[in-house]
Ligand binder design. Structure first.
Ligand code: SF4
Length: 282
């Protein structure tokens, strides 16, 4: 793993993501190295190839100093705006123990009295370490990515990320602590149409944590993602790959959406963004 440090030019960056006005990414790269990750394009900022994704992390060591200045420029202390931590890295990588960049950024947001909404997305139980800070932020929600209920599957697709069982228990602990939560069910793994019971298990497990909001996304197989994923999943059988490719067809998505909408109703989940997201291949 290559670990480096750099100075960023800015940290509160305007975003084109749905329902996010700004993003904060305290690291470039992500050591969790999920095979399906769309963020591998970030390598161009640190002279890395798509295939290097997962093998490097650069800490933006000046992130807290930048945020301290940039947050003050938001009109009305950010009222009505949504800040998202993080879109192209995980904010709670193990390197937080050394750098504490996300923790320090959260402390700044809390101390400033930010009046907008802060949305966090992670795969890491380290988010629990910042619970006292989260409780001081006016409007904060924390999402955990849950892609299955099986640790073997999470280890396979999300090589160095915390196991899905630990993410499910993190979600439960956040709910018990009174923090608003959501689960990110994405990307939808390609076996779910064939194995509806697996999908039901995932939704049931999330429901049991107390979380009632879901953000759901189909898998994005843009060429650069597909190329890296094929390398990562080397040796996998053709039938499995065919399932991946079929997930890009409209009929597959419609079938899966139908199953999902039925399950959302069954468990009374609120679907964030009012639709199951899909990024067409480009
Ligand atoms: S945790 Fe998120 S940012 Fe990191 S590799 Fe996985 S999908 Fe990408």
């Amino acid at each position: 793993m290559i670990v480096g440090e750099l100075n960023a030019k800015s940290i509160l960056v305007k975003s084109n993501l749905p329902e996010s006005d700004y993003v904060i990414n305290p690291y470039v790269g992500c050591s969790f190295g999920c095979s399906y990750c769309y963020a591998s394009f970030m390598g161009r900022f640190v002279k890395k190839k798509f295939s290097d994704w997962g093998g490097y992390v650069y800490a933006k060591v000046n992130a807290p100093e930048l945020l301290e200045k940039e947050i003050k420029k938001l009109p009305n202390k950010g009222k009505g705006k949504v800040v998202f931590l993080s879109s192209v890295t995980d904010p709670f990588l193990g390197y937080e123990a050394k750098y504490k960049l996300s923790e320090r950024c959260l402390q700044i947001i809390a101390d400033y009295g930010f009046k907008g909404k802060l949305s966090i997305l992670t795969k890491s139980p380290l988010v629990l370490k910042v619970l006292p800070i989260l409780k001081k932020i006016k409007d904060v929600e924390v999402g955990l990515t849950i892609t299955s209920t099986d640790d073997k599957i999470s280890r396979y697709f999300e090589k160095r990320a915390p196991l899905v069982s630990s993410r499910i228990s993190t979600l439960k602990k956040l709910n018990q602590a009174g923090i608003k939560t959501y689960a990110f069910l994405g990307p939808l793994l390609p076996h779910f149409v064939a194995k509806k019971d697996e999908l039901d298990k995932v939704l049931k497990a999330i429901h049991e944590t107390g979380t009632r909001k879901l953000f759901i996304e189909h898998i994005n197989l843009a060429p650069y993602i597909r190329e890296r994923m094929l390398k990562e999943l080397k040796g996998v059988d053709q039938e499995f790959l065919n399932q991946f490719y079929s997930s890009q067809s409209k009929s597959y998505r419609n079938e899966l959406n139908k199953i999902l909408y039925g399950m959302l109703k069954k468990y009374k989940f609120e679907l964030l963004h009012d639709e199951i997201m899909f990024h067409p291949e480009m």
